[in-house]
Structures are given as structure tokens and as C-alpha cells.
Write a protein that binds this ligand. Structure first.
Ligand code: PMP
Length: 402
């Protein structure tokens, strides 16, 4: 067979650990508490249909290429949405990306050389780890606890690292993190931004879940704090997405950052996809202009909150003493620590046999992950499926522990 001369990051690449679970999903009757899919029953179908018709009424725009930075109407709508979250930026300080996933990938390409250090909260979103590994970055894990990134630990790490080895970037999901479901408290947010200013690193604030709170709301964004503490030199780059609040198929994300950085990201984007689908952008712009978004999101918050309480109740009833977790205040995930006496591989296999899928926690660590962990989602399954899924999980615990 022909020897293909792969570039070194792709010589022996590891794929997404979550996407590797996909084959199990097709097993008949499988209940998935695994993927980060929003609930299909909560998509605002009438609103999206109407927005699609309006978008198609202007084919010269929606079926054409558009500016790499995004359709002006969508950029303005996203600027307004960002402003409603306290993020004020100029029109040239925001670009549209193909999912917020692409925004991070562009940042990696624009900012990192092989060997450059990046701090990530740990556990963290696996696709971030994947992007960093492919860029041959040096990943430095900063532990997160039940309140998210441990900023004090970061401060200690920074102090003990020689200046030349200090990472240039830190990645965090302060609002209802993936996988931890944690919400970073206001004091930690301010301390984190102050550290970035003091030590001169950039913060990537990834915020796909902030709008999905269950009533308490989220503290101010890191971006807003950065604007206040360093108005001319904000160290925070803000990423968000319509995937969890409108629909992931639109693939609409956005990034708010200094214009010189965005100019370089736009150049990197030109070689990735020229522009995000104009049709998707036009649909998103029409949808946001239609004004139905806030009511749809309110519906999601109520339903996800209900499903979360249902899952947490079922875990408490059926797995008491075998699992530990913190009830999330928003988002889509419960991060579960499992009884250390139970062998994680056996548990996963027993769960698949019982017809329920979860994401083994190892997927969320760059190294030295705690194997006695798992991520469960309550977003896509309904309450009935959650009950049955947790019952199956309890059977798997019995089988794996016995
Ligand atoms: N960041 C985090 C933390 C996520 O959980 C996800 C999606 N699961 C993304 C980014 C990517 O979202 P998008 O669909 O906008 O690319």
C-alpha cells in the first residue's frame, strides 16, 4: 500500500472520544445520556421555517458567497445579543464563525506555535484538547472544582513558572461548563482577569451555555470585567454560539476580540471555508430579527431545568452511595464521580449491555484523568428516557461492582 507522507500531528491522531461513541448509538433501544445534543423537541420550528422563507426571499444574498467576517445583518444582531450579556464591542470587533468550534480553531492557528503553552481548566471540552494537540501545543491543566477553574491554583502555577515558559493562552468555560456543569463565582472571575492582566496571557472565554441558566443567572462575563479593568487592552476573547439556543445545524458561532486579532483570524478563515454558509447566516439573522429567540430560550431553560431535576432525583434515588455530583445551575451536563471500587471499563461495558450510554470522564482530561468519572446529559433525553436510562445505569453499577 502507498505510504502517505502525513504531517506529524496526523501521523497517529486520536479522534474525538465522544464521536467514537457514535457506533453504540445505533444499537436498537439505546438510551444516550452521552452526547451534547440539544433537545430536538425544543427547536423553534415555526420560527426557523419563517426565517428560512424570509432568507430565501433574498437569494442574491443568501445563496451567494459573503464577506469572510460574516453577513452585516447577522453581525449586527450578534453584536446586540452580546451587548445584552454586557459585552460591548464595535462592529469590527466581532466575526461570525462556523460554530464556535471554528473560532477556537482559528485562534489556535493564529496564536500558537508548536510547543507553546496553553492553560486549560481540567476537566475540559475534548474538542479543545484535540485542537491543541493537533497544533502541538503544550497543554497545562489547571484543576477545576465544584465552582469551576481554581484560580488560586493558577496563580500558584504562574508564580512557579519561569516567564519564558508561561502559557500565552488560557481556555475556560465559566458558565455551566462542559463537562463540569460548574458556574465560576464572581470573585474568581475578577481574580482570573487580574492574573491575565498581571502576567500578560490571553483568556479564551467560551460561552455556549450561559443563556441556559435555571434561574440564578450567571455573574458578569470575563469579557466585561476585562473591559472594565483594562479598557484599552482587554485580555479576554469571547466566543459564543447559537448551537445550544437555536440549532446546531446552523453552525453559527461568533468571536469578539481586538480588531487586529480578528483580521488575522479572518485571513485564517479564508483558507478554511471562505465564509460561513450565507444561507445559514441569513436564516440566523432573520430568526434573531423575528424576536422569537427569548421566548424559545425561556422554554429551553424551563424544560432543561425540569429534566436536570429529574435526572438528579433519579441518581439520588437509584445510585445513592455510588455516585457524587453537584446539581448544575444551568447548561446541559452533570459531572459524576463514581465509586472508586468500580472498575470504569467494566462499568462502561455493563452500561452498553444494559442499553445506556455515557461519556467516560477520561475524555475530558489532557493527561492523568480521574477514571472514576463520567459525564451525563439531561438535555436530549426526555424525563421518561432519563428515568429508564438511570435505572439501566443502576443495573450496570450492580453488574460492574459485583
Ligand atoms: N465549546 C463548548 C464548551 C461546547 O460544549 C461546544 C459544543 N458541544 C462547542 C464549543 C462547539 O459548539 P459549536 O456547535 O458552536 O461549534
Amino acid at each position: 500500500m502507498r505510504q502517505i507522507p502525513y504531517a506529524s500531528p496526523f501521523a497517529e491522531p486520536a479522534g474525538s472520544p465522544i464521536r467514537e461513541l457514535f457506533p453504540y448509538l445505533s444499537r436498537p433501544g439505546m438510551i444516550s445520556l452521552a452526547g451534547g445534543y440539544p433537545s430536538a423537541s425544543l427547536f423553534d420550528l415555526p420560527g426557523l421555517q419563517e426565517a428560512s422563507l424570509r432568507a430565501m426571499a433574498n437569494p442574491g444574498q443568501s445563496l451567494q458567497y459573503c464577506a469572510t467576517e460574516g453577513l452585516p445583518a447577522l453581525r449586527e444582531a450578534l453584536q446586540a445579543l452580546s451587548a445584552s450579556r454586557g459585552i460591548r464591542c464595535g462592529s469590527d470587533e466581532l466575526i461570525v464563525t462556523t460554530g464556535s468550534q471554528q473560532a477556537f480553531d482559528l485562534l489556535v492557528r493564529v496564536l500558537l506555535e508548536p510547543g507553546d503553552g496553553v492553560y486549560v481548566e481540567s476537566p475540559t471540552y475534548p474538542a479543545t484538547l484535540q485542537a491543541l494537540r493537533l497544533a502541538q501545543a503544550r497543554i497545562e491543566q489547571v484543576p477545576a472544582d465544584d465552582e469551576g477553574l481554581q484560580v488560586e491554583r493558577l496563580e500558584a502555577l504562574l508564580a512557579e513558572t519561569p516567564p519564558a515558559r508561561r502559557p500565552k493562552l488560557l481556555y475556560t468555560v465559566p458558565n455551566f461548563s462542559n463537562p463540569g456543569g460548574t458556574l465560576l463565582p464572581a470573585a474568581r472571575r475578577e481574580a482570573l482577569v487580574r492574573l491575565a492582566i498581571r502576567y500578560g496571557f490571553l483568556i479564551v472565554e467560551d460561552d455556549p451555555y450561559g443563556a441556559l441558566d435555571f434561574g440564578t443567572g450567571a455573574p458578569r462575563t470575563l469579557f466585561e470585567i476585562g473591559c472594565e479593568l483594562a479598557p484599552d487592552d482587554n485580555p479576554v476573547i469571547y466566543l459564543s454560539s447559537l448551537s445550544k439556543t437555536v440549532a446546531p445545524a446552523l453552525r453559527i458561532g461568533w468571536m469578539v476580540a481586538p480588531r487586529e486579532l480578528l483580521r488575522r483570524c479572518a485571513i485564517a478563515k479564508q483558507t478554511a471555508d471562505l465564509c460561513t454558509s450565507s444561507l445559514a447566516q441569513a436564516v440566523a439573522a432573520e430568526y434573531l430579527a423575528g424576536g422569537r429567540g427569548p421566548a424559545a430560550i425561556a422554554g429551553m431553560r424551563a424544560e432543561y431545568g425540569k429534566r436536570m431535576r429529574h435526572m438528579v432525583g433519579a441518581l439520588r434515588d437509584q445510585l445513592a452511595g455510588q455516585v457524587e455530583f453537584v446539581e448544575p445551575a444551568g447548561g446541559m451536563f452533570v459531572w459524576v464521580r463514581t465509586d472508586p471500587a468500580i472498575e470504569p471499563r467494566r462499568l462502561f461495558e455493563a452500561a452498553v449491555d444494559a442499553g445506556v450510554l455515557f461519556v467516560p470522564g477520561q475524555a475530558f482530561f489532557a493527561a492523568d484523568g480521574d477514571p472514576h468519572t463520567m459525564r451525563l446529559t439531561y438535555a436530549a433525553p426526555d424525563c421518561e428516557q432519563i428515568s429508564e436510562g438511570v435505572a439501566r445505569l443502576a443495573r450496570a453499577f450492580d453488574r460492574a461492582g459485583g
